[in-house]
Design a protein around this ligand. Sequence first.
Ligand code: AMP
Length: 174
Amino acid sequence: MTDLEFLLSKIRDVQDFPQPGILFKDITPLLQDCEALRVACRLLAEPFRERGVSVVVGIESRGFIFGPPVALDLGVGFVPARKAGKLPWKTVEETYDLEYGTDQVQMHEDAIGSEDRVLIIDDLMATGGTAAAVTNLVRRMGGELVGLSILVELTFLEGRKLIDGVEIHSLLEV
Ligand code: AMP
């Protein structure tokens, strides 16, 4: 089995969660398996070694699971992009459409500066709305986007079309 076949075998499809018509990609079996977790984090970081990344941004919620190990691997710090109302300090925000509903994402206004080279991490790209909102926030704060690294891409939703000028690396296209 290849690494990617191994990772795919650890993702469980849950029909009609959190609402009818959604096929939810459950990554908890992958997280439960130390080797799968190690391989996933290594492969998320791999294309972005030697690329001068200065900070990893993880998108709530599951970008908080994969982001910090990738940041440690690359030898840089971690910044959370959170849902509205969670961050205590001054924030900048963007509103976006989800596969199910709408939401807002916020970052601390001093989290990224014009000297930063940013890698964004999330578990899954569906419509691309969340990732697009975070790329907009990073750019508004003056950061340079090195890339977006994600575990699973739902290619049929064509999320890439929402995200301009960013190198997108997805491990599993389903
Ligand atoms: P989107 O903005 O549509 O790309 O949605 C991306 C976010 O929603 C990701 O952070 C995922 O964690 C979550 N998400 C959306 N659709 C699914 C799905 N079918 N299975 C698992 N997570 C999903």
